[in-house]
Design a protein around this ligand. Structure first.
Ligand SMILES: Cc1ncc(COP(=O)(O)O)c(C=O)c1O
Length: 446
């Protein structure tokens, strides 16, 4: 597959041109890669006007991901999420409806910011008691019961899959229900761009999602900030037609060509990535099995992630993360209950071997730990938009009982909300803040 953006940028860098255009570094070396950092000069195309090399590269990506439209983001999934909610709002408006999103409660805070900006109504689906805060494992038949119980049919279902711990939702099942009830299916697939190439699982677009956001940088060999907005071939025409408009409303007018080049380069790498991925998925499964034998327990079924339920091995996630750090291994995420490690097909065999040996050397212990408080339903007193747009003040959480949260989301570490803006802070929320070491928040001023 060709790489028109990368080739253009490399050619320009070679020519030693007198750059009387932005950026201010003029291609001279300050941190080292400035000569590849260009702006939308003649021939470089304009992101979301897409008539030249960016269009050609996005077409390559569209073919790889088998979508109806694929657009690049140089601002991660956060940008694509804003575009998704905008497109859902346009879809609702095309049917003369107000936008209501039925969303799983483990949504990332960028979703909260998007619904606030677009003033969409949200109906939350809470996780069961066993799920904890970071997951929300709802069966498809349960979902249908929830939809039928609502006074007003939502515009769209919003699902985070994979979630931060590596759980994959039943996107195929959800899609059937969404189609039956004439709802869009929006999937936050920030952690699952690689699923398009997996030998074990499928990308949500292949399973019936209408729109997904993918953070290419989270699981593909793409630099930080690189992402996609994918739209299914079967999505309503208005959504396919307005995708560029949606992205350009929220995006910077100065996209990073380093990131665009990296996204472009992945199209060429994709075949190699796919071949190596199958091997990596098996290697990670083997590692999981070997660690299970000595007593490690895991959650999640995502093939490029290992999530240890650390307490069952006698440690908090933070303790195992500190032990790994002493061995020069840095994991993706840890809290009191979990330790998340993310892998890539481009990792060397000896790197997995090193991790295995370090974990095998950690003795299993038996410790009685406190359990996290359960997430209970909080009381909504105003919309997310009204709360965020209200004058607010920062307070110690211990003094906020009964007050209304104004922060766009008060998140436990992976940016998943405990309380949402516009909701009252109750005793249970205070217990959760304590458990997750959240000390301050902003509350709406009376
Ligand atoms: C589930 C989820 N959605 C969205 C995002 C935002 O992605 P990005 O950082 O690429 O903007 C994240 C980031 O961690 C995430 O975990």
């Amino acid at each position: 597959m060709n790489t028109p953006i990368l080739d253009f940028v490399n050619n320009y860098a070679e020519q030693n041109t007198l750059r009387l255009h932005m950026p201010g570094h003029k291609g001279k070396e300050f941190i080292g890669n400035e000569k590849y950092d260009i702006t939308e000069i003649d021939g470089a195309d304009v992101l979301y006007l897409n008539k030249g090399i960016i269009l050609e590269s996005q077409e390559n990506a569209r073919n790889l991901f088998k979508t109806g439209k694929t657009l690049y983001s140089t601002e991660g999934s956060s940008l694509s999420i804003r575009a998704m909610i905008y497109l859902a709002s346009i879809y609702a408006k095309s049917k003369n409806e107000k936008t209501t999103i039925l969303a799983m409660r483990n949504a990332h805070k960028s979703f909260m910011n998007a619904v606030a900006m677009l003033d969409a109504d949200v109906e939350w689906i809470y996780p069961s008691d066993d799920d904890g805060l970071i997951s929300c494992k709802i069966q498809a038949d349960e979902l249908e019961k929830i939809i039928l119980s609502l006074d007003k049919k939502p515009t769209a279902l919003y699902v985070t899959s994979p979630d931060y711990l590596g759980n994959i939702a039943d996107i195929e099942g959800y899609s059937k229900i969404c189609k039956k009830h004439n709802m869009l299916l929006l999937v936050d697939n920030a952690h699952g761009a690689y699923l398009a190439f997996s030998s074990k699982l499928k990308h949500p677009i292949m399973l019936g999602a209408d729109i997904t956001c993918d953070s290419a940088h989270k699981t593909l060999p793409v630099i930080t900030g690189g992402g996609y907005l994918h739209i299914s071939k079967e999505a309503p025409k208005i959504i396919l037609d307005m995708a560029e408009t949606a992205m350009q409303i929220f995006a910077s007018t100065s996209p990073s060509y380093l990131i665009l080049s990296s996204l472009d380069n992945f199209n060429k790498l994709a075949n190699d990535f796919k071949n190596k991925l199958a091997k990596a998925e098996n290697a990670i499964l083997n590692l999981k099995n070997e660690l299970s034998v000595i007593g490690f327990q895991f959650t999640g079924n995502e093939p490029l992630k290992l999530t240890i339920m650390t307490k069952s091995y006698g440690y908090t996630g933070d303790e195992i993360a500190a032990y790994l750090l002493k061995n020069n291994i840095v994991c993706e995420f840890c809290d009191k209950d979990f330790l998340v490690m993310m892998f890539s097909p481009f990792m060397e065999e000896n790197e997995l071997e090193k991790l295995k040996n370090v974990l095998l050397n950690l003795p299993k212990k038996s410790v009685n730990f406190e359990n996290p408080p359960k997430l209970t339903k909080t009381k909504k007193v105003m919309s997310i938009k009204d709360a965020i747009m209200s004058p607010s003040k920062e307070m110690k959480v211990c003094d906020t009982l009964g007050m209304t949260l104004a922060s766009s989301s008060l998140s436990c570490p992976p940016a998943i909300p405990i309380v949402i803006a516009g909701e009252k802070i109750d005793e249970n929320a205070l217990a959760l803040f304590k458990y997750y070491n959240i000390e301050t928040c902003r509350v709406v001023l009376d």
